[in-house]
Ligand binder design. Structure first.
Ligand SMILES: O=C(O)[C@H](O)COP(=O)(O)O
Length: 228
């Protein structure tokens, strides 16, 4: 039976510092490393061993994938990295502290920027500290200046449909290591969550989420592997 496992990267340095991260490349904390290893150990314990893997081009998700695969003895499986699984781009909020931003602009505004479906944060100014246009990994890519969840879905879903779903349909057990909002995009689609309700869905770090697919490639109920 095709099985999909989704895991959000372990705690990152900017998760710990409560800063808007988006496409900025920050590393895992010690706790994040432990969460990634625990995710892999859980896969081994439950006998759910991935045969194919996908991740973003961001360090925190790549490292989480590698640590989890090593912990379940599957570091050798094929892996594909693609920017379309990146975190949503946080625009001009990148690098700012979330609590300080709420003090400045109000809780309501920050909630809109963080959780509304289609309101993107203010765009990132070109040429600033967090401008990624000189980053070789994004050569040839039209790097967004900001992204709402809606815009994130518009690049995650085609990648899911064109690249991941066909592989899953061939009977593989696929592990996707990605980010809070690229995974919200996938979960919204797979679990049929409405634009209004998706705002309430939080995806915890390092906690594998599992979907089993039937013969018609329809996903079953979403559940956390720890509860299985
Ligand atoms: O990019 C970030 O800051 C986080 O990974 C996700 O942030 P959020 O919880 O504000 O969506």
């Amino acid at each position: 039976m095709p099985t999909l496992i989704l895991v959000r990267h372990g705690q990152s340095q900017w998760n710990l510092e409560n800063r808007f991260t988006g496409w900025w490349d920050v590393d895992l904390t010690e706790q994040g490393v432990a969460e990634a290893i625990a995710a892999g150990a859980l896969l081994a314990e439950k006998g759910l061993l991935p045969t194919r893997s996908y991740t973003s081009v961001q360090l925190r998700a790549i490292k989480t994938l590698h640590l989890a695969l090593e912990a379940c003895g599957r570091l050798w499986i094929p892996e594909t990295k693609d920017w379309r699984l990146n975190e949503r781009h946080y625009g001009g909020l990148t690098g700012l502290n979330k609590a300080e931003t709420a003090e400045k602009h109000g809780d309501e505004q920050v909630l809109i920027w963080r959780r509304s479906f289609d309101v993107p944060p203010p765009p990132l100014e070109a040429g600033g500290q967090f401008d990624l246009s000189g980053d070789f990994r994004y050569a040839g890519i039209d790097i967004p200046a900001t992204e709402s969840l809606k815009l994130t879905i518009e690049r995650v879903l085609p990648y899911w449909q064109e690249e991941i779903l066909p592989v899953l349909a061939s009977g593989e057990t696929v592990l996707v290591s990605a980010h809070g909002n690229s995974l919200r995009a996938l979960v919204k689609h797979l679990s049929g969550i409405s634009d209004d309700e998706i705002t309430g869905l939080e995806i915890p770090t390092g906690q594998p989420i599992v979907y089993d697919f039937d013969d018609a490639m329809q996903p079953g109920e979403r559940h956390y592997l720890k509860d299985r």
